[in-house]
Write a protein that binds this ligand. Structure first.
Ligand SMILES: [Cu+2]
Length: 137
């Protein structure tokens, strides 16, 4: 007795996982003031909108309360997702870019959607202050 050969149809379904990423408002006009009011910080992202899983940098313009550029600062950067109790997958570093108050935070990568906080601990001429930027990816 003949058995009909079973025909196996293999369907390969390619699923593209698309995660919409909301634009993070890092416009040149946006100025944040540090926690104790010592510094004004303007931030620009090298990406049009901060996207998941892309190494990129932020440009930071640092000023004092009077609007004078602060050139001699050191900035420590820490990132975390408060809801998940973990940090960044990279160790971003800030460095002076032009010696006139412009700094680059390099090596930023956000690997999960959700709420992120990026803290900058700023120290300049004996003045220390910090700034936390909270945003949703
Ligand atoms: Cu997370």
């Amino acid at each position: 007795m003949k058995t009909d050969a079973a025909v196996l149809s293999v369907m390969v379904i390619a699923t593209l996982l698309f995660i919409p990423v909301q634009a993070l408002a890092l416009s040149p006009e946006a100025v944040s003031v540090s926690r104790n009011g010592h510094f004004r910080v303007q931030i620009q992202s090298s990406l049009q909108s901060v996207a998941l899983n892309q190494i990129h940098h932020w440009t930071v313009y640092l000023q004092d309360v009077a609007g004078n550029s602060v050139a001699d600062a050191s900035i420590e950067v820490t990132g975390r997702m408060p809801a998940h109790d973990h940090g960044l997958p990279t160790q971003p570093r800030a460095r002076a870019a032009d010696g006139e108050g412009k700094y680059l935070i390099e090596g930023l990568r956000f690997h999960m959607p959700g709420e992120w906080q990026l803290e900058m601990d700023i120290s300049a001429s004996g003045t220390e202050d910090s700034l936390v930027i909270t945003f949703e990816l």
